[in-house]
Ligand binder design. Sequence first.
Ligand code: F6P
Length: 326
Amino acid sequence: MTEIKTIGLLTSGGDAPGMNAAVRAVTRAAIFNGMKVKAIYRGYKGLLSDEIVEFKTQNVSNIIQQGGTILKTARCKEFATAEGRKQAFDVIQKEGIDALVVLGGDGTFTGARIFAKEYNIPVVGVPCTIDNDLFGTDHTIGYDTALNTVIDAVDKIRDTASSHERLFFVEVMGRDAGFLALNAAVASGAEAAVIPEVSIKDDLLTEVIQNGFRKTKNSSIVLVAESEVTGGAQTVADRVKSEHPEYDVRVVVLGHIQRGGSPSAFDRILASRLGYGAVQALMEGQRNVMIGIDHDQVVYVPFSKAIKDDKPIDMSLVDTLRSLSI
Ligand code: F6P
């Protein structure tokens, strides 16, 4: 095992609240253990173009509470090519970087996994995405804050929905995963969640809406996960409206507001634990793993498993929502 003296650190893909807390944790834990940290700006894009600065502890002062990422982020097509990765490796050698810590989601780890294998360089990942769609970790950094942002928004929508006696379809992010939509639906007392993991037949949705909207409630809120499977909130709303022209329907797409804001206490603690865990993992000789949290314990999950796209939705939560929304 070669001794790791210098860690390269980057944030990539969609930003997530708590990324900065993780940048701070990796930087401080590495320096605490006698290593150097080279901060790579703009994700893999910045790695290719050598946008790299050495970080000292003060570079990460006063960022634990900030949303976004001070390292900036990008989605990089060139890194998906062999030539792009060769260029990245040349920069890594030039900068004297012995190992990489990458903060991001599915796309970030997919690139990391190929790169680590091709060039035999230790890479560990810290899961940062509001989607919570990585297998092997109960939570990803940013998910809890985004969940709270969604319920704040839904609480506000509920005021106007009930004043006007309207039916609202609220579209929530998640890139083909329903964690945010389902959990936010339970937490905000919504009538239903339309998510890609559970096929909701048209008549079931109508039944849910009729039960609540027509019989016992004067307004209703349905959360819809963005996805080709659900078609998004507008598609679902159009369908319901065409069957029930008498309903006063509105659509809200929450969009990128879900990615911003100061991280919750939960996300700051999670980011601190996982960032620290990433440095520990490298010191233990781990490579090609995501640092996750499982039953409150830090665990190492091979990238190949984390990105497999089969993190299950808790079906009991689907039943809970159905029972509580009558
Ligand atoms: O993966 C995070 C995420 O916010 C998804 O929920 C969403 O589908 C996507 O990123 C949006 O990406 P962009 O900011 O590039 O439009």
